[in-house]
Design a protein around this ligand. Structure first.
Ligand code: GCW
Length: 673
């Protein structure tokens, strides 16, 4: 095992300097011969070779020991460290008598402990540190790639990808040199991610074959990820028995279909013994599923779960199921209701190794949505929450939009009121999943600052209680080792509030969409209004918003438990930021903030566009400064120009649209076109 260093690719949060404190020390590693333990040894050797430290042999003095608790030769310094058991992926961290100790039960914990020491830098070697046990809050911390092997005529190679092509495939074949994949695995492991699904959930004909005759490619990727403790998962099409197996049906209760999946899955495990499992998008946006056979989604998921169970695999079954051929004239059908309507009656029917993967909101990764009520409705089902690191609806990696504050709100949301369990507690059994924002771009994520979202995802999946600003701070410190307090302040100024800024200049008060159809970038207020997609705002001359109440609307508020079923039902109590998601109100309706809806629209759009300009101005102060590499500076600068332009376009289209509809002028007489 050699530590992957890739030329011409930005090192993200693992530049050589990040390893200085550790690499300048004498480090003892006491571990087994497993692959992940080998990785820890290689990392230590690499850091020490670079920064003047040394790998200590047993008996030699050391400043840091990384040891497995099972190791027979644990030195006294390590034996003295006591704390709750670290478990499968956790570690104990302590320091006394000039020695820093990382103790883990398993090699994966050792690897996470190693990266924790890297994050701490010099602080890991100062003073004394009472023993702390670090364990991931969520068992599976997973990134889903929406990568295709080939280039899709409409979606490109990576569906909703804003960072170039795939890091896995190029020109229809696997990249010959997979060092970059290993470097990616390393970056992910440093944040705590332990699972990656490698291909798009919309499984096209070529990609379907990854399950069978192209399985070798998945195995090759798994070999790169394995070294860093990451298991590989695969998106499969429900129609596989037909498209790959030549059967006439994919009916989940047919014996030959079940036998086909069992056999096929067995072959997968013969090739990839630690394969993670399947990801399935069924009966959604044209993908095949059990409905065609009069079967439900528990039947479908359980069939795959049964095939995976003998091998320890899991199926991630997505709850993103809705009618995408709705008639806009039909006011009764409400897309927001769909997942709960389909899945809540199935609670208790899913196998133990079937995980229902639920998008955080009921619609589709909007900048602001209420939390999906499915998460509260399935106590007898394993649940995973799905986020979108790729910024489909949040600026497509052309806009700075640091999403950790949103995710932290999602994970901290309490369905049953204050003091009750939060989303993060409900999903411990299934985990946290996100659509990756990585491609073959030299900065990994198109917008260099979008790396922070990827970093923050892993950190929050490990510990949902972390403060988003503190995570950003960590990321800044690691990624920009030459930057001092000035750079730190600048980046916080640009990024801490950037999600709310983005929200201000885009669709108002939780109403969502208003984006250009198809590619979803930039404003188009009525772009989806008369389409079959179920994403409407219903603006007319008197008011705007979707009535989802029980009393006069679609009844969606009834999918929540108390207190939220009441809070959302009430115009007066519904939080301002979600008002138009739940209610259709007159333009002169007064918000809890004291402003009318129409004036709020004007105010936030003027403010949002101004804030975008301020973000750009902050960055401009760094021009010529040597703390940021000039090429990175230029890349960010170019994207900020686009962000400012786009924010102004949003401001003007939204303000003009609502001024024309309502006839109400801006109280401050600002320019509305
Ligand atoms: O957000 C929507 C996207 C689709 C995507 C779908 C999904 C992979 O616009 O591109 O398809 O969600 O999550 O399945």
């Amino acid at each position: 095992m050699t530590v992957p260093h890739v030329d011409d690719v930005h090192p993200a949060w693992l530049p050589p300097e990040a390893f200085r404190a550790l690499g300048a020390r004498r480090v003892l590693v006491l571990a087994d011969a497993s692959e992940v333990a080998e990785t820890v040894r290689a990392e230590v050797a690499d850091a020490c070779a670079r920064h003047g430290g040394a790998v200590a042999a047993p008996g030699e003095p050391y400043d840091l020991v990384l040891a497995l608790t099972s190791d027979g030769s644990l030195p006294a310094a390590a034996q003295a460290v006591k704390g709750p058991e670290p478990g499968a992926e956790g570690f104990l961290l302590a320091r006394s008598g000039g020695v820093t100790v990382v103790l883990a039960d398993q090699p994966a914990g050792l690897l996470y402990g190693f990266f924790a020491v890297v994050r701490l830098g010099e602080a890991a070697f100062e003073g004394d540190r009472p023993a702390e046990t670090h364990r991931p809050a969520l068992a599976r911390r997973m990134l889903d790639h929406w990568d295709n092997i080939g280039v899709h005529p409409v979606m490109g190679q990576v569906e909703r990808g804003y960072s170039g092509g795939s890091i896995f495939w190029h020109d229809g074949v696997l990249h010959e040199d997979l060092t970059r994949v290993r470097a990616y695995a390393r970056l992910l492991a440093a944040t705590g991610v332990n699972a990656v699904a490698v291909n798009n959930v919309n499984v096209h004909a070529t990609e379907a074959r990854l399950l069978t005759d192209r399985l070798g490619e998945v195995a090759a990727l798994a070999a790169e990820f394995r070294a860093y403790g990451i298991r590989v998962h695969l998106s499969v099409t429900f129609a596989s028995p037909i498209v790959l197996g030549g059967l006439e049906t994919a009916n989940p209760v047919e014996e030959d279909v079940r036998a086909w999946w069992a056999r096929t899955t067995e072959r997968v495990y013969e090739t990839i013994p630690d394969f993670g499992g399947y990801v399935v998008k069924a009966d959604s946006e044209g993908q095949p599923g059990p409905f065609a056979y009069g079967r439900d989604h528990a039947d479908g998921a359980n069939m795959l779960a049964d095939a995976l169970a003998p091998h320890g695999g899991v199926v991630h079954w997505r709850a993103f199921v809705y009618n995408h051929r709705q008639d806009w004239r039909d006011r009764k059908t409400d897309r927001a209701r769909a997942a709960h309507d389909h899945f809540s009656p199935l609670d208790g029917r899913f196998r133990d190794n079937a995980i229902l993967q639920v998008k955080y909101g009921p619609i589709d990764f909007q900048t602001r949505e209420p939390i999906s009520p499915v998460i509260a409705a399935m106590p007898a089902t394993k649940l995973a929450v799905e986020l979108q690191v790729t910024q489909e609806y949040t600026g497509q990696q052309r806009h700075v939009c640091y999403l950790a504050p949103m995710w932290s709100e999602v994970l901290g949301f309490r369905f049953w009121g204050p003091g009750e369990r939060a989303v993060a507690d409900v999903t411990t059994s299934g985990g946290l999943v996100a659509v990756s924002n990585v491609g073959d771009d030299p900065y990994w994520t198109g917008h260099p600052l979008a790396q922070a979202n990827l970093y923050a995802f892993g950190r929050l999946a490990w510990n949902p209680g972390l403060d988003p600003a503190a995570i950003l701070d960590e990321w800044i410190g690691l990624t920009f080792p030459k930057g001092g307090e000035g750079l730190r302040e600048t980046l916080h100024g640009m990024m801490d509030g950037s999600w709310r800024t983005y929200e201000r200049y885009t669709a108002p008060l939780g109403v969502g969409f208003m984006v250009r159809p198809g590619h979803h970038y930039g404003p188009d207020v009525d772009g989806y209004e008369y389409t079959p997609w179920g994403t409407y705002h219903f603006a007319d001359r008197d008011g705007v918003g979707v009535d989802r109440t029980r009393s006069t609307g679609t009844g969606y508020t009834g999918q929540y438990p108390a207190p939220w079923s009441q809070v959302y039902e009430s115009r007066a109590e519904c939080p301002d930021e979600l008002l138009l998601f739940f209610h259709h109100v007159p333009y002169e309706h007064v918000l809890q903030s004291g402003t009318t809806v129409i004036q709020h629209i004007y105010d936030t759009h003027f403010a949002g566009a101004e804030e975008a300009a301020e973000i750009r101005a902050l960055w401009a102060k760094l021009e010529g400064d040597d703390v940021v590499d000039p090429a990175l500076y230029a890349r960010v600068r170019e994207r900020l120009d686009e962000q400012v332009r786009s924010a102004e376009e949003w401001r003007d289209q939204i303000n003009t649209y609502f001024f024309r509809k309502s006839g109400v002028p801006d109280a401050h007489g600002r320019t509305i076109h």
